[in-house]
Design a protein around this ligand. Sequence first.
Ligand code: SF4
Length: 371
Amino acid sequence: MTKIQALVSDVLDGHRLTEAEAERLLSATGRDVWRITAAADEMRERKVGNTVTYVRNQNLHVTNICKNLCGFCGFGRKATDEGAFCHDRAGIQEQARLARRRKVTEICLLSGVHPGFTLDTFVDIMHWIQEAAPGVHIHAFSPDEIAHAAKRGKIPTAEVIARLKDEGLGTIQGTAAEILVDDVRKVICPRKVPTAEWVRIIKECHNAGLRSTATIMFGSCETPRDQAEHLRVLRDVQDETHGFTELVTLPFVHTSTPLFKKGLARAGPTGREDLLMIATCRLFLDNIDNVQVAWGKVGLKMTQLALLSGANDLAGTMFTDDVTGSAGVSGSDYLDPEDMERIVHDLGRNLRQRTTLYDLVPEKKKTKERA
Ligand code: SF4
């Protein structure tokens, strides 16, 4: 029995992985990769069974003007840059109405952190969406956007969170986490909130009753040790708040990003790393039930392998994703549930639509549409 075999067998027997052990899993090569993914698949079956879920959602891009201009992002622009946009009420409501026609249950704001936006702007955007798509779940605003609104309004972040909740925000985005190690953040996203601030704000959200996703953006310039530290930070938060709904793995898409062009990052994770990340998340994050694979970033065939390596959720239909598209991936915008069903049934598992908070949507006649 190899050391890795012994380790994953211990995990299946109830051992809680340490950060150093997670680093070993993330660094594995050869047949150990299959040993780890097989153990993660078994853990997935024990924890959440054989149902694979997805949410019928639509991304809504408000603006690509962004104060952060992170090196790993091909989407953010300065206001004066070619291609910079900021939708007004009419533009936002047009997208929201389209989402409603597409029968989505969730609208996910995917936008830059506009330097001019305030808490009132956030609230206006939510109201416009609610007006055009009543009842839809709004999934929006990362800890970095909350910090920005608090700073602009000279008010505590708790006040921002309370108002967003009062005005009908459904869940918070656990984005802007990237890698929660400050030495890495100084390279990939120096203008975003530092680790301690991200953690403080996400806990504040959870404690206020707003749940969030947890995310990891990996494969740029961080090491397996940094990745393991990031996962440990997330696990510690979850031990305390139980506010994360899922872990979303976001492989770095390098092609059109300043970080890659300057030689400061590699060309994203390999397939081995993609699968090991999914598997390690499943085995290390024993307090987060759902592990999501980002089909838009890894493609459909790798998505299916991820479902064999510990993942149980396919994220959403999305309909549009200019963030991934701007980084250099084509075909990342829409995945029809029928295509999801094809890869899920091929594995002998069943696909179910869920809400943002992982309640299963009652099954009815399937829709195939792209309005
Ligand atoms: S990742 Fe987000 S915050 Fe960073 S530049 Fe892109 S849009 Fe802005």
